[in-house]
Design a protein around this ligand. Structure first.
Ligand code: PLP
Length: 458
């Protein structure tokens, strides 16, 4: 008999979590103005709000923290991080930042000007925020297959090279800040980009004299999908694939809270010394001196160790198998999800599930609230609230897809938790015909409204 699959680690430390009652949850979600971000973590049983900074560090990461060098300048922890980034991604220059959006803020201060365009594959919300804040425009060139949740394309994060070339032809290169490739494509469902697509996009970037930036939060999960789905790379190690991917990148912004498995941290990777030097000034202004940039020495040490662990095949196999396990349980129950299942989360197709709730009443948000009421599970809306208003017309933007994202923290929950999530969602699915109305906005911020929006039940 073939041995079943098991996690590639055992548990050394645990944290208590608590179930609640339906009556408690009804009260709490109302007090939170029906915004799941406003709940206290003690009001949540299984927290799938994000996989960002919520992972469990390893014994070796905790040990590395004890060896953190807290010198203001030239700390050995900075050198450790520099070595890890050079060995794993191949960048000669880097700047630490306190998280991914800080990396965007520093780098975009150098490269994004008013009136610019930034083509890419479904820009992440903070990436888009930092582009639009500078009065530039993000242009989505993701392949159409990404928007059909039943299409089994293995690389739904890919850029449509025809759409991209149209943009590159339409604007002079001075108006194009860079092309951004999001690895994996979070907004489209944690979907990977193939190495073949990376090479095509890089060739176009070179042809038109434009730089290529990798938004790298889940680069290792992307490499795992390349290894398991792109035949040419089946015999490469994850680290070899990562090096091959980054051959084609001029720049990288990284949220280390994802695939570097730390609770806080980020960085910018550069190949060009001149851009690095310009960014140093902004890093000092916004983040901190260039050898710590908003991170303590201990955090830089944990990050360096996490980059190494996060690019090991056994770890990634455990990680992605758990996400796939949850996805497959939902599929067995007939619940509509984005397929193939992505790397860090299961994306539930809310419009197919709650067919009676009008789009003006925020379908995915409604589903997220129902799942919380059912079992104290906190997911997040990737839909109309996140898509925000058009910066010019101020009308709501209705995206093609309304997702409830169930993001799985790394090395944190067991498959028993996955079973609870699956059954809770099945219970919501079974009573879907009775859910006919959603929510309306009573207060919202002018930009990135989803974090603080206040809603009322209709
Ligand atoms: C999380 C994330 C960011 C922003 O990083 P933070 O660490 O949350 O600031 C940017 N891009 C992508 C693709 C991300 O997933």
């Amino acid at each position: 008999m073939e041995l079943p699959f098991a996690e590639s680690y055992k548990i050394k430390m645990v944290e208590t979590i608590r179930r609640s009652t339906q009556i408690e949850r009804e009260k709490w979600i109302k007090e939170a103005n029906y915004n799941l971000f406003n709940l206290k973590s003690s009001q949540v049983f299984i927290d799938l709000l994000t996989d960002s900074g919520t992972g469990a560090m390893s014994d070796k990461q905790w040990a590395a923290m004890m060896l953190g060098d807290e010198s203001y300048a030239g700390a050995s922890s900075h050198q450790n991080m520099k070595d890890a980034i050079k060995n794993i991604m191949g960048f000669d220059y880097f700047l630490p930042t306190h998280q991914g959006r800080a990396a965007e803020n520093v780098l975009f201060s150098v490269l994004v000007k008013e009136g610019d365009v930034v083509p890419g594959n479904s820009h992440f919300d903070t990436t888009k925020g930092h582009i639009e804040f500078r009065k530039a425009k993000a242009i989505d060139c993701t392949i159409d297959e990404a928007f059909d949740t039943n299409n089994l394309h293995p690389f739904k994060g890919n850029i449509d090279t025809e759409k991209l070339e149209k943009v590159l032809k339409q604007y002079p290169k001075e108006k194009i800040s860079f092309i951004v490739l999001t690895l994996t494509n979070n907004t489209a469902g944690g979907q990977p980009v193939s190495l073949a697509n990376i090479k095509e996009v890089s060739a176009l970037a070179k042809k038109y004299g434009v730089m290529l930036l990798f938004d790298s939060a889940r680069f290792a999960e992307n490499a795992y999908f390349i290894k398991t789905r792109e035949h040419a790379y089946a015999n490469y190690t994850i680290k070899e694939i990562v090096l091959e991917m980054y051959k084609y990148a001029d720049l990288a912004t990284m949220s280390s809270k994802k695939d570097a498995i730390v609770n806080m941290g980020g960085f910018i990777g550069f190949k060009n010394e001149e851009i690095f030097r310009k960014a140093c000034t902004y890093n000092i202004m916004f983040e901190g001196y260039i050898t710590y940039g908003g991170m303590s020495g201990r955090d830089m040490n944990a990050l360096a160790q996490g980059l190494d662990e996060g690019t090991e095949f056994e770890y990634l196999e455990t990680r992605i198998n758990q996400v796939t396990y949850l996805g497959n349980r939902l599929i067995e129950f007939g619940i509509p999800v984005q397929r193939p299942i992505g790397g860090h989360a299961v994306f539930v197709d809310a419009k197919k599930l709650l067919t009676h709730v009008p789009k003006e009443q925020f379908v995915a948000q409604t589903l997220g609230i129902e799942l919380y009421l059912e079992a104290g599970i906190r997911g997040v809306e990737i839909g109309t609230i996140l898509a925000d208003r058009d910066p010019v017309t101020r009308e709501n933007r209705y995206p093609n897809l309304e997702f409830l994202r169930l993001a799985i923290p790394r090395r944190t929950y067991t498959n028993n938790h996955m079973d609870v999530i699956a059954v809770a969602l099945k219970n919501v699915f079974d009573r879907r015909e009775t859910i006919k109305t959603g929510y309306k906005i009573v207060w919202e911020a002018p930009i990135m409204r989803h974090f603080t929006v206040e809603l009322k039940k209709i």
